[in-house]
Design a protein around this ligand. Structure first.
Ligand code: PEP
Ligand code: MN
Length: 360
């Protein structure tokens, strides 16, 4: 298991060789002599690279990690015994663990995301009415949620489906925060909405369908608000980290990632929740990562088991949809936990969080 304590030692042990900001693989010719191999290693170390030797049946391979600019004007390929050079350039930098070896902890209106405590974001898919949202907010607050979620702008597959209450929805969210004190997470759908949503939200959510809306990401990079970046339904982990890099490189260092399931051939669930993305991100990046088992499965009965799996895998928290009356929800009722079940759900998570050295 990749625990938070183990990550620095994994870096020390060189397991990050292939995920460095710049990694160079030097393939030596079959039969290259000891002396030739040593000469290449010595030169690389003199250039500030760490080297790792791998001796195979035919080839010896030298892995080197360091600063690319130190290689300017150095013709390693001309050294005796060198067959070829294979540069490996990880495209993300600010999001990488090499750039920032410790886990980043992000403050969301006083709630620390990415620290020892596992955080819980809960609330309905959409703001439907004042009564619905305030009932949900009071309920999740009483049960122990850390942040309130609900969309005022909803990205719907069909233009005929409920699209959200928009500005009125944001006002209702503000009323819920004023009453319960819960910080708000809500989605921004396009560049036009950034200012309005950021004024209300304590954390601005980028929906899965917008993960590669690069102009939107750049605009969010200018904000002084944390961003919750959901993984695109067909995005690789690397593409997801590149999307985070857009926000980081535009000046906003407060990015929280959220795995919400990817598109596969499986039809029994709405999406396939990729729990393996949690350690995959943790190995490569310092950013906090949450899991959304509601959109990840589409079925409320699967939400608790997958939330447990997420926490066991090292997630920094979960985001779950909770509705006072899921049967009547205007969106995502089938995957929403009934408000009355929410306290029981949290009670199930606690022992697993403690088992992996976290608190709730
Ligand atoms: C949501 O959180 O309500 C939502 C629309 O999620 P996603 O973008 O992951 O589909
Ligand atoms: Mn939803």
């Amino acid at each position: 298991m990749v625990t938070r304590e183990r990550i620095p030692s994994l870096i020390r042990d060189g397991l990050f060789l292939s995920s460095g900001v710049f990694t160079l693989i030097v393939v030596m010719q079959p039969g290259a002599s000891e002396r030739e191999i040593t000469a290449v290693c010595d030169r690389l170390r003199a250039l500030g690279f760490q080297t790792h030797l791998s001796t195979g049946v035919e080839h010896t391979i030298i892995g080197a990690i360091g600063d690319r600019s130190n290689l300017a004007g150095v013709n390693l390929e001309t050294y005796p015994g060198v067959e070829k050079l294979v540069p490996i350039m990880k495209p993300f930098k600010l999001a990488s663990r090499e750039y920032h070896p410790d886990n980043t902890v992000i403050d969301v209106a006083g709630v620390q995301v990415g620290g020892e405590r596992v955080v819980v974001i809960a609330g309905p898919c959409a703001v439907e009415s004042r009564k619905q949202l305030l009932t949900a907010a009071r309920g999740v607050r009483a049960a122990g949620a850390d942040l309130l979620r609900a969309g005022a702008f909803k990205p719907r597959t069909s233009p005929y489906s409920f699209q959200g209450l928009e500005e009125e929805g944001l006002e209702i969210l503000l009323a819920a925060r004023a009453e319960t004190g819960l910080p708000i997470v809500t989605e921004v759908m396009d560049q036009r909405g950034v200012e309005m949503v950021a004024e209300c939200a304590d954390m601005v959510q980028v929906g899965a369908r917008n993960m590669q809306n690069f102009n939107l990401l750049r605009d969010l990079g200018q904000l002084d608000k944390p961003v919750l970046l959901k993984r695109g339904p067909s995005a690789t982990v690397e593409e997801w980290l590149m999307a985070a890099e857009y926000i980081l490189s535009s000046g906003n260092s407060r990015v929280v990632l959220c795995e919400r399931g990817i598109r596969t051939f499986e039809t029994g669930t709405r999406n396939t929740l990729d729990v393996s993305a949690v350690p995959a991100v943790k190995l490569q990046s310092h950013l906090p990562v949450l899991v959304d088992p509601s959109h990840g499965t589409g079925r409320w009965r699967m939400v608790a088991p997958m939330a447990l799996a997420a926490i066991a895998a090292g997630a920094d928290g979960v985001m779950v949809e909770v509705h006072p009356c899921p049967e009547e929800a205007l969106s995502d009722g089938a995957q929403s936990l009934h408000l009355e079940r929410f306290a029981g759900f949290l009670a199930e998570l606690r022992p697993v969080a403690e088992a992996v050295g976290r608190r709730m």
